[in-house]
Design a protein around this ligand. Sequence first.
Ligand SMILES: [Fe+2]
Ligand SMILES: [Fe+2]
Length: 242
Amino acid sequence: MASENGKLRVAAIGDLHVMEDSVAPYRELFTEISGVADVLVLCGDLTNFGKTKEAEILAEDIRSSSIPVLGVLGNHDYECGQPGKVCEILHSAGMIVLDEQAHEIEGVGFAGVKGFLGGFGRGELAPFGEPIVKAFVDEALNESRKLENQLRTLRTERSVAVLHYSPIAGTLEGEPPAILQYLGSQRLCEPIDRFDHVKAVVHGHAHHGTYEGRTMRGIPVYNVARFVCREKFGRPYAVLEI
Ligand SMILES: [Fe+2]
Ligand SMILES: [Fe+2]
């Protein structure tokens, strides 16, 4: 399955935002991707509001993919308060929804969580003061811990971290500075930089961000929000060789 150089071709796209009046919005694209990649990774905001109908429409398109599909949910998939239902519908179409458990394909590990917000560097929210502020920071820490636990279970030499929110500020360039803290959390970056087997990170959520950045340790991070990929490649997805 892997390409001639022994690498796995990973197609990645985020922010599909499927709406309930869409008609097979990704069928053709997923068929095209099946011809150029070995795995399709979806980086959250798969639906626009997390509605059952939206998830069912996407599930139908996922069935048209002839390569494995895996990924994470995004904040939009939580909007209707039924992320479990969304997962179930996508899972029934064959998608592996990452959250608690890592997955391995052809010797490459995939660890994924939605992630959370909270900011970067000096702008990072600290767990200080009111309980609700601490709870907010705890949510980001929980996501970071889930990612760490998955990365720890992987025995592969190469792995990809899959997120919706960004773990670095670098791929957010182009977004208004006032909203950076809502686009990701530096706390997601800590587990990524702890494991040598992580070769790349993909995320979405920042529709107006920058395609490529790096963690402190130099791991490449790609913002594969479809709008960003469209601008960079003239097509709404990226293909990485891992
Ligand atoms: Fe989005
Ligand atoms: Fe989002």
